[in-house]
Design a protein around this ligand. Structure first.
Ligand code: KIV
Length: 257
């Protein structure tokens, strides 16, 4: 049975780390499912799957297509799907409509939103409608054009205070989990200690309640250089190239079949 948001919240109480990865397709989901507590269909599929520079072009239909494929492969982990850029920022009504469409079609258990104080009421509305929200704070890739690139956040005291206050407000308004991306370790640690709901970090140090990485980054499928916080647990890109090269040689030399 898939883990619920309550199961993940109990992990925080029991001081058990949350293991999280991304997936965009059925095969990857079915390989990683038994090792993960939380699987995210991230809108990073814009960069990783579609080869775009940002996540801004990802659509609700993209998330439904990939979410449905991943959903078929997830039996153990909690399944969360990203709401893409401009599917929830324009109005709470739009957010509810798009969220409902994603949840109904994919059978995901929660949705992740890159939040600001403007979208706090949406967290509550989605919760009231029966949709658990994972709130993403810190470096929010959908704000690429505001930052002028993928830039670490929480560099000033004022920005640290903003991110901490936003995390507290998200919890107060019913968020189930907080994803913290690209902030100094001490800020992620402070948020994790201050709020009761679990934090899952990426590029935010080791003090979060769990860690998430893009699967294709940690497996070394995406080309280097990776962000500095990524650890390569294998180099699948080299392995795949070697295998395809071997296949090519054998076909050219009439050794295969
Ligand atoms: O889109 C994504 O994959 C994410 C994770 C990296 C947290 O938001």
């Amino acid at each position: 049975m898939r883990k619920s948001v309550q199961d993940l919240q109990s992990m925080k109480s029991n001081k058990e780390r949350i293991v999280a990865l991304t997936a965009y397709d059925f095969q990857t989901a079915s390989i990683i499912d038994s090792y993960c507590d939380f699987i995210l269909v991230g809108d990073s599929l814009g960069n990783v799957f579609k080869g775009e520079e940002t996540t801004l072009g990802v659509t609700v239909d993209d998330m439904i297509y990939h979410g449905l494929s991943v959903s078929r492969g997830v039996k153990n982990a909690h399944l969360c799907i990203d709401m893409p850029f401009m599917s929830y920022q324009s109005s709470t009504t739009d957010a509810l409509r798009n969220a409902g469409k994603i949840i109904k079609t994919t059978k995901a258990q929660s949705l992740k939103l890159e939040i600001s104080f403007d979208t706090i009421p949406t967290i509550q509305k989605l919760g009231n409608a029966g949709i658990p929200v994972v709130a993403h704070v810190g470096l929010c890739p959908q704000s690429f054009n505001v930052y002028g690139g993928y830039k670490k956040q929480g560099k000033t005291r004022a920005n640290q205070d903003y991110i901490l206050a936003l995390s507290k407000e998200a919890e107060k308004n019913g968020a189930s989990i907080i994803v913290i991306e690209g902030v100094p370790d001490n800020l992620a640690s402070k948020i994790t200690k201050t709020i009761k709901i679990p934090t899952i970090g990426i590029g935010a140090g080791k003090m979060c309640d769990g860690q998430i990485l893009v699967t294709e980054d940690m497996l070394g499928i995406t080309p280097s250089p990776h962000p500095s916080f990524v650890k390569n647990y294998s180099n699948m890109r080299v392995l795949m190239k070697k295998s395809v090269g071997k296949y090519k040689n054998e076909v050219k030399k009439n050794k295969f079949p």
